[in-house]
Write a protein that binds this ligand. Structure first.
Ligand code: AMP
Length: 399
């Protein structure tokens, strides 16, 4: 019984490499915290993930045909329990000696503030306290707030006249029904008087665009960048499955929570807002578009589709890999439209792996139907490192 209990504390089952990193980087874990996980692609294969001075390292645990687990043939163990026991007494080639099993974090997001707001999501304005201004966006301000003196929320206060309340309510009705762990949940609204409040879940680290730019991205590594992209693709794959279109997918509309959680925000709002940020939303046929993120066919015809969202996702990948650079820097929207029509595409940024760039290029296929689905993009990004060959016989540390 005791050994089973111990086993379950460090065995995390078939969790993804990126999730292992997120769990280990949780602030209460210390150097030496570790977990063993099962490979998703190769059943029966295991990896060891260890926290070493704030960096997670991964080792593939190899197996003998006749049974037995090892990192080096010098030291073979008949069970994973023995393997763990040994490396908790000596590092013997590992970056550090194994210490405590990784703490399991689970941060489920409720879909509603309470059972009442499931149906009644027009709530009393007085039940929401605005605590701290988090930012001001194109449509108004965003505040950290407290609902019913208990639940932290984000409150968007909308500039009067930024949209038609009826249009918004129609859209909000749909937004409320969209539920996915990688989409910002709409909790409630106050629409009976100005300013309209949109109440959503609160994301502690704000927008991905700003987050990428912190310290010029020096603390963000490729594994995390691929994880960001995979999480966004997962949320978008859900929208795709619900036949819903975002229309304004960009790093500024992805929010960052604790424990490396990334979620897509503001889906559907582009349709109802009257936008006025001239830097990003440029006038084209009377309506304003974030030209540098918008697929050429959507600019030409103003017809948006999930495939035009895929194009925008490609630009979002560019933002992720360049730590929040403005795409087509120094070019006007009109110039970009012209260049794209001549088959120009953003070049491969320095330090952007070929594998990552090729996904961006697929998203920018001139023919919308040839662009991948979000479901495919999600799978590809989740498996990004599984197809990596940075593994060798003599040194099985996986970068
Ligand atoms: P927006 O009006 O959506 O462009 O938001 C303006 C800024 O407010 C963003 O850049 C974020 O930093 C912040 N913000 C927006 N929504 C949230 C949220 N749900 N949680 C935390 N911060 C947010």
């Amino acid at each position: 019984m005791r050994s089973f209990m111990l086993y379950t504390r460090w065995f995390f089952g078939a969790i993804k490499r990126a999730d292992a990193e997120n769990q280990l980087l949780y602030s209460e874990n210390q150097t030496g915290a570790f977990l063993i996980r099962e490979s998703e692609s190769q059943k029966g294969e295991f990896s060891l993930s260890v926290l070493d001075e704030g960096v997670v390292k991964h080792y593939r645990i190899r197996r003998l045909d006749e049974g037995g687990f090892f990192l080096t043939r010098r030291k073979i163990f008949s069970t994973l329990n023995e393997f763990v026991s040994y490396y908790t007494t000596a590092s013997d080639g590992l970056c550090v000696r194994l210490e405590k099993p990784c703490l399991k974090i689970q941060v489920p997001t409720p879909f509603d503030l309470s059972y009442k707001t499931v149906d009644q999501w027009e709530i009393e304005r007085s039940s929401v306290q605005l605590l701290k201004r988090l930012g001001s966006g194109q449509f108004g301000e965003v505040w950290e707030g407290l609902w019913n003196n208990t639940t932290p929320v984000a409150v968007k206060t909308l500039k009067p006249g930024s949209m038609d309340p009826n249009d918004f309510l129609r859209e909000a009705q749909i937004m409320k029904s969209l539920r996915h762990p990688k989409l910002i949940q709409l909790y409630a609204v106050c629409t009976l008087e100005d300013p309209i409040y949109i109440i959503t879940e609160l994301m502690r680290h704000g927008s991905l665009q700003e987050y990428l730019q912190i310290d010029a991205g020096s603390k963000i590594y490729l594994t995390q960048q691929v994880d960001m992209a995979a999480q966004v693709a997962s949320g978008m794959a859900y929208l795709e499955s619900q036949n819903y279109i975002h229309r304004d997918l960009a790093a500024r509309n992805v929010l960052v929570g604790e424990h490396n959680i990334y979620k897509v925000a503001d889906f559907g709002l582009a349709r109802v807002f009257k936008v006025d940020n001239e830097d990003i939303y440029e006038s084209k046929h009377e309506i304003k578009l974030p030209v540098k993120w918008t697929a050429p066919e959507a600019i030409r015809t103003n017809k948006f589709s999930i495939k035009s969202d895929v194009w925008s996702f490609g630009i979002l990948l560019y933002e992720i890999i360049t730590y929040g650079k403005m795409p087509y820097t120094g070019r006007t929207g009109a110039e970009v439209i012209q260049m794209l029509s001549q088959n120009y595409r953003l070049p491969q940024p320095p330090n952007c792996p070929e594998q990552f760039y090729s996904i961006m290029l697929e998203c920018w296929n001139a023919e919308p139907t040839e662009r991948p689905t979000f479901e495919k993009l999600h799978l590809k990004l989740e498996d990004y490192f599984e197809t990596d060959s940075s593994y060798s016989e003599t040194n099985n540390f996986i970068r």
